[in-house]
Design a protein around this ligand. Structure first.
Ligand code: PBG
Ligand code: ZN
Length: 323
């Protein structure tokens, strides 16, 4: 038998030809936080480079994104008024519906994904309706109004709905609600495996959605559980999800790979706010070579099996890829 002693050294050209994983601007969805008002662009202290914006600023931002080749965004609404059921998200004149309509009108070529949840819209900051007596989220009551929120997004012109609240049965509920309203072809990207994670800290500042009591561990997943993580995603696939997601990304790449090997659906990762903040802060202090670590991180998501990367770094990555 032939015994190979030495591997041929490839030059950089051939290394590029045979590279197994590539990061492209087409892989990214960029998150945007929209609030009412005009001319508002407020930077988030814990996330340098990330802003709360009024709709007019979001429209300008879309011009910038398109110049970079970024055509996909995910929108989060921050309402003026929050209440116990998140009414602002259930109304055609609420912030998220207005923002979707404005973006699709000015930028029909942008692909607009919408985060479907209640924590940004409720005064208690939880992802659904609360049962007063035991202070827990009522899963089935939340399902009912989730269907309404999905139809509001759809009517406003959303291109894809992304439920992030981790309610049981949410995908089936949304599919039924969208179909019944005539949106049979509107895809659903499920936050199917979402862990109860400390990495969401900075997001809750920007979305102003820190829970006023308790935490989200009753509906989000235990970071210790691998099999449960796989089951949650496969259950969403069976209910009709079009795209599965693992969130956060970096600390859960084993889960990404394992789900990828067990599904034929496309997969997304959410490179969350805490991951962004860590890299930014380390870079700002020159503790790491920021650009290099950033690309290495994005590459790791693709290598683990992600097709889509939702990331606050998307613009920086696009700039680096243009060079
Ligand atoms: C809403 C939602 C959250 C994120 C995306 N959608 C926050 C949460 O569950 O607390 C987190 C994103 C991030 O940290 O960047 N359910
Ligand atoms: Zn939520």
């Amino acid at each position: 038998m032939f015994q190979r002693f030495r591997r041929t050294r490839l030059n950089s050209h051939l290394r590029a030809l045979v590279r197994e994983t590539n990061v492209s601007v087409n892989d990214f969805i960029y998150p945007l936080f929209v609030r009412t008002g005009e001319g508002i662009k407020t930077e988030v202290a814990s996330m340098p480079g990330v802003f709360q914006m009024s709709i007019d600023e979001v429209l300008k931002e879309c011009d910038e994104l398109k110049k970079l080749g970024l055509y996909s965004i995910i929108l989060f609404g921050i309402p003026d008024v929050k209440d116990s059921i998140g009414s602002d998200s259930l109304c055609e004149h609420g912030i998220i519906a207005k923002a979707i309509r404005a973006v699709k009108e000015k930028h029909p070529d942008m692909f607009v994904v919408t985060d479907l949840c209640f924590c940004e819209y409720t005064d208690h900051g939880h992802c659904g309706i609360i049962d007063e007596e035991n202070e827990t989220v009522n899963n089935d009551a939340t399902l009912e109004i989730s269907g309404q929120q999905a139809v509001i997004h759809a009517k406003a012109g959303a291109d894809m709905i992304a439920p992030s609240g981790m309610m049981d049965g949410i995908i089936e509920t949304l599919r039924d609600a969208l179909d019944a309203a005539g949106y049979e072809n509107l895809p659903i990207m499920s936050y199917s495996t979402k862990f109860a994670s400390g990495y969401y800290g900075p997001f809750r500042d920007v979305a102003e959605s820190v829970p006023s009591f308790g935490d989200r561990a009753t509906y989000q997943m235990d970071p210790a559980n691998r099999k449960e993580a796989i089951n949650e995603s496969i259950s969403d696939e069976l209910q009709g999800a079009d795209i599965l997601m693992v969130k956060p990304a970096l600390a859960y790449l084993d889960i990404v790979r394992e789900i990828k090997d067990n599904t034929s659906l496309p997969m997304a990762v959410y490179n969350v706010s805490g991951e962004y903040a860590m890299l930014k802060m380390a870079g700002a202090q020159d503790l790491i070579d920021y650009d290099r670590v950033l690309m290495e991180t994005m590459m790791s998501f693709k290598r683990a099996g992600a097709d889509i990367i939702i990331s606050y770094h998307a613009k920086e990555v696009a700039q680096m890829l243009q060079k």
